[in-house]
Write a protein that binds this ligand. Structure first.
Ligand SMILES: *Cc1c(COP(=O)(O)O)cnc(C)c1O
Length: 391
């Protein structure tokens, strides 16, 4: 075997790089403000840290926790789905705890799709999806979110379904665009799934990060959908501890059983002490979730206004950590050109939407993370204002 050739399996070659890791490394190297990668620069609730620390000190979870998750956490997840969405889950059969939402997505795809299957998803999309579909040996089919506002196009979705389609992967609130799917959009997707008897993977990592009246609706609550949907949640995103990597998948027992089979052979079990902490997070009063959303909405408003004043076209996000802006009004050719220019010239890092897309509809857009302290956002805006041409 030649040492000059990468030993990496063929199907992963096009997934060799992840834009988030590269942009964060660049930000660190340049001392730039990192509005690229979506992680808060402020930790979540103090009480959750205390629970994790106490668990470590008391020896709860320092050795392998139970397979499929701590019963206390699985019960809390089931209670949470009832409390927020009216979904009645059996915590023993309908819930599996994972190493972040990331592992839940990987385990679900590895369990449910294989060679010859197609997975249909909207584009742009979180880059992990296509890599996981490739790992499973299946093919990704991407349907462009439609210009000018990057909303789901249900006619295009229906047209993408073939006899090989096995699963539709959706993500709402949506990374990277910040849109929250409406009930009508979800009903349209549900109709297609039911008509073609497809499975659905619903990545709801941002379920608590919606703003104004754009309330998140789990597709599993729609008629005919519970029995065909695996729903994914993320403790990292819901409680601002993205380094803890506690996530979960919920759904009907026959689907979760399949996910459990694969997941137990990936990370086997997930971090014990943090499972205790996330279990108590899920039991926090409504005020926590409301305040979290309101604080984040203020950060969104600060960054959105600043970017708009710079002359960009801003798609005001309805949820998530991210703002999408069209930078072509500033005279840049594309989001990619803009994102290459600003680290050196402004000391700010953002993500070109084209890095998360197979289509050209997203080329002029840039994704900005606003899950940062107001001071951080102000510094970024001042730096951009100093170097961008005044309109
Ligand atoms: C961050 C993110 C995830 C991964 O969540 P973890 O719990 O950190 O693994 C999954 N989906 C989307 C859309 C995300 O943005």
């Amino acid at each position: 075997m030649s040492r000059d050739e990468s030993p990496l399996v063929e199907r992963m070659h096009q997934h060799s790089r992840t834009v988030f890791g590269e942009m964060s490394a660049l930000a660190t190297r340049l001392g730039a403000v990192n509005l690229g990668q979506g992680f808060p620069d402020q930790d979540g609730p103090e009480v959750l840290r205390d629970v994790a620390i106490a668990a470590i000190r008391d020896g709860r979870g320092n050795q392998y926790p139970p397979a499929h998750g701590l019963p206390e956490l699985r019960r809390s997840i089931a209670d949470h789905q009832w409390r927020f969405y009216g979904l009645r889950l059996d915590w023993e059969t309908d819930v599996v705890v994972t190493t972040g939402a990331s592992e839940a997505i990987a385990a679900t795809l590895l369990a449910l799709v294989t060679t010859g299957d197609e997975v249909v998803m909207f584009d742009p999309a979180f880059d992990l999806y296509q890599a996981d579909v490739a790992l499973a040996g299946a093919a990704s089919v991407s349907v462009a979110l439609a210009s000018p506002d990057l909303r789901p196009d249900l006619t295009a979705l229906a047209a993408a379904i073939t006899p090989r389609t096995r699963l539709i992967l959706i993500n709402s609130p949506h990374n990277p665009t910040g849109i929250v799917f409406t009930r009508a959009e979800l009903e349209g997707i549900a109709r297609i799934a039911v008509d073609h008897d497809l499975l659905v993977l619903a990545d709801e990592a941002y379920e608590h990060l919606w703003f104004d009246d754009f309330r998140h609706i789990p597709i599993a609550t729609l008629p005919g959908m519970w029995e065909r949907t695996v729903t994914i949640g993320s403790g990292g995103k819901s409680f601002s501890f993205t380094g803890w990597k506690v996530g979960w998948a919920t759904g009907p027992a026959y689907l979760i059983d399949a996910v459990k089979v694969v997941r137990q052979h990936l990370s086997f079990v997930s971090s014990g002490p943090f499972q205790w902490a996330i279990a108590s997070g899920l039991q926090l009063p409504d005020a926590y979730f409301d305040d979290f959303r309101h604080d984040l909405a203020r950060q969104r408003d600060l960054l959105a206004l600043g970017l708009r004043n710079l002359g960009m076209r801003v798609l005001t996000p309805q949820g998530t950590y991210f703002i999408s802006t069209d930078v072509t009004p500033l005279g840049f050719e594309s989001g990619a050109q803009f994102c290459e220019w600003i680290p050196d010239n402004a000391g700010v890092v953002a993500i070109p939407m084209s890095a998360l897309s197979d289509h050209h509809d997203a080329d002029s857009f840039v994704r900005w993370a606003f899950c940062k302290r107001p001071e951080t956002l102000r510094v970024a805006l001042e730096r951009l204002t100093a170097v961008l041409p005044r309109r």
